[in-house]
Design a protein around this ligand. Structure first.
Ligand SMILES: C[S@@+](CC[C@H](N)C(=O)[O-])C[C@H]1O[C@@H](n2cnc3c(N)ncnc32)[C@H](O)[C@@H]1O
Length: 396
């Protein structure tokens, strides 16, 4: 770079900063038209020295819904957790901008709960947005299975589990049970037309001891458990906390299936009590080759707690862990942020995460098909075109 180039790049930086400063001012002045215009001109994150200022925080603190929407639409909702670890949603909430707060939640902005900053919110209201909420509240209300077995709804018709996820669950099971082989052998992640799980290769060494111990949290429609059964696991532990689901499991004979061990209760309680996971006569805690987590009525902070306390203690050193990746799934920006956050948090535990991308166009097809899928469900909890299936392993 010669002197002229450096001068030009300094000049560009200065121009960008001026533009960003104008954007910041326009937000503070609540001048929506100017905000829109400046974004189109290329204004973005506002810098002060080496510090970034989150525009979304400012707009949320002021409580201007139109500007919040503009920022989100244009991908400027950067820095969901600010330097003081306060989220945009928290700013809105603290300043009583309920409409903005609700909108952020609606769009999947649940990051505030990562830090447990809004615990009091759980007591305040029950706007759980379909996928999250208060687990105890959820567990105390009745559930209903649809006649075709494709939906499990709560008392407010929130979709607890739905049949459209079947192919995803089958893929999760395949990855947990066939392990690395599937990642290498799988040329395309497109869901196959026949909806069938790949033939299991008889000679496919599952692991050195040929044992396959799988732990699944959350039975729901039993989709992943049915898929896991096809791999004939040595031990297939299922932890389920809802009495209606447990009843259904017993009615369907799950307690008699080979290798299956059902533990009724919340994973938080069951897994804090090692004894419940021990087989008769065993004294040493068993480790799992595969662990899957998919609950309902819980938040990211619960998933994080599960990772921190259960995965690292119950997963074999060469085991595979996965979870239903519905993090912020109503908004692609929040989903991206969550995927980064979960990667960061797992790395702190010595776990690496890779995502397999599964296009969902074959499942959702056109709007008509979509409407059919979501019929009778209070709100759509999924809005993305691609499912990012997480595969987590200890870094070696
Ligand atoms: C989304 S469904 C699981 C769907 C399942 N993966 C399948 O393939 O059908 C969530 C399940 O988690 C259960 N659940 C919710 N909170 C739980 C908790 N704390 N511990 C154990 N199970 C829980 C619910 O009762 C529900 O059956």
């Amino acid at each position: 770079m010669d002197a002229e180039d450096i001068e030009n790049s300094d000049e560009e930086k200065k121009k960008q900063q001026e533009l960003n400063l104008k954007l910041l001012q326009a937000i503070k002045n609540e001048d929506t038209i100017l905000v829109n215009q400046l974004i189109q001109e290329g204004a973005d994150i506002w810098y002060r020295g080496d510090q970034e200022i989150s525009l979304l925080h400012i707009a949320s603190e002021i409580g201007n819904l139109d500007i919040v929407k503009l920022l989100l639409k244009n991908g400027l909702a950067w820095n969901i957790i600010d330097l003081n670890e306060v989220t945009a949603g928290e700013y809105a909430k603290r300043n009583n901008h309920e409409e903005v707060y609700d909108y952020l939640l609606e769009e999947g902005c649940r990051a505030e709960l990562i830090l447990g900053l809004l615990e009091e919110r759980n007591n305040d209201d029950d706007n759980d947005g379909g996928g999250g909420g208060d687990d105890d509240d959820f567990l105390s209300r009745p559930l209903k299975y649809s006649e075709d077995g494709k939906k499990l709804l709560d008392s407010e018709n929130n979709g607890v589990m739905m049949g459209w996820e079947q192919l995803l669950m089958e893929k999760h099971a395949e990855i947990l049970c066939l392990r690395e082989n599937i990642i290498e052998n799988n040329e395309t992640n497109e869901i196959n037309e026949t909806n069938e799980i790949n033939e299991i290769n008889e000679t496919n060494e599952i692991n050195e001891t040929n044992e396959l111990n799988i732990l699944n949290i959350g039975f729901g429609l039993g989709l992943i458990d049915s898929a896991i059964q096809k791999y004939k696991p040595t031990l297939h532990t299922i932890i389920e906390a809802h009495p209606d689901v447990y009843k259904f499991m017993i009615e369907q004979g799950w307690d008699k299936k080979p290798g299956v061990k059902i533990i009724f209760g919340k994973w938080q309680e069951v897994l804090n009590n090692d004894n419940q996971l021990l087989e008769e006569g065993e004294v040493e805690q068993l480790l799992y080759d595969g662990i899957f987590f998919d609950t309902f009525g819980e938040y990211y902070k619960d998933l994080k707690e599960f990772n921190d306390e259960v995965v690292i203690n119950y997963l074999k050193p060469n085991g595979i862990y996965s979870f239903f990746n519905g993090l912020g799934a109503t908004n692609s920006f929040f989903h991206d942020v969550y995927c980064k956050i979960v990667e960061m948090h797992l790395a702190e535990l010595g776990l690496e995460i890779n995502f397999i991308e599964i296009p969902l166009d074959k499942i959702f097809g056109d709007e008509k098909e979509c409407e059919k899928i979501w019929e009778g469900v209070k709100r759509r909890y999924w809005n993305l075109n691609v499912y990012r299936l997480p595969i987590c392993k200890f870094m070696i």
